[in-house]
Design a protein around this ligand. Structure first.
Ligand code: ATP
Length: 193
């Protein structure tokens, strides 16, 4: 069994996340992608962050039509900052030592490897897959770090949640940047306005 975890703030989830997850699944042969919305991301205290429950619901909507995608509430149900090391240790216990576990991150997150809590510990628990992302050059990451992760080239799509939130605030359409179901949810709950 090969499971790849896609962690993120998902504020909101967009096609950049979905493309990354699907291309890793197909290209590297994973049986399942587990989306793990971060309840309290330790390094992102954004004033425009909507509740973890809203972000979780949007991830559920965005992934509903892909039977290989699952969503976990593991970080929503835990107290305190959502550290990856804690999550991966819990998932490792849940799935056992024989499951091949990977953690997918975008190039921007690998570039920030120094701010991760116990980055080495995370690498001991799973394979890390760093996907390419426009405007984030993986060459900026020291070779000794790059050698310890798997880098994977995906279709470059320059979408960020920050840009989506900006558009909503300026009353500009986000159609085709997020699934329609997510767009409707944002409208219905008047998020990011
Ligand atoms: P924000 O703009 O609010 O910082 P974001 O768009 O970077 O958010 P996150 O929820 O922080 O989204 O990202 C979760 C994971 O998905 C991270 O590892 C990030 O690198 C990756 N990711 C986000 N957008 C893309 C994209 N367009 N292409 C590839 N990877 C992405």
């Amino acid at each position: 069994m090969k499971i790849a975890i896609m962690g993120g703030t998902f504020n909101p989830i967009h096609y950049g996340h979905l493309i990354s997850a699907e291309q890793v699944r197909v290209g590297l042969g994973y049986n399942k992608i587990l989306f793990v919305p971060s309840a309290r991301p330790p390094h992102k205290s954004l004033p425009d962050m909507v509740s973890a429950e809203h972000r979780y619901q949007m991830v559920m909507l965005a992934t509903a039509d892909n039977s290989y995608f699952e969503v976990s509430r593991i970080e929503l149900e835990r107290e305190g900052p959502s550290y990856t090391i804690q999550t991966i240790k819990t998932l490792r216990k849940m799935y056992g030592p024989s499951t091949n576990l990977a953690w997918i991150i975008g190039a921007d997150s690998l570039i920030e490897y120094k701010i991760w809590k116990d980055f080495d510990g995370v690498l001991e628990q799973c394979t890390m897959i760093a996907t390419t992302r426009p405007n984030y050059d993986l060459q900026r990451v020291p070779l000794e770090i790059r050698n310890r992760v798997k880098t994977y080239k995906i279709t470059g799509i320059d979408i960020s949640a920050t840009e989506i939130r900006r558009r909503i605030q300026s009353n500009v359409s986000i159609r085709y940047l997020v699934p329609d179901s997510v767009d409707s949810y944002i409208n219905e709950h008047k998020l990011y306005t």
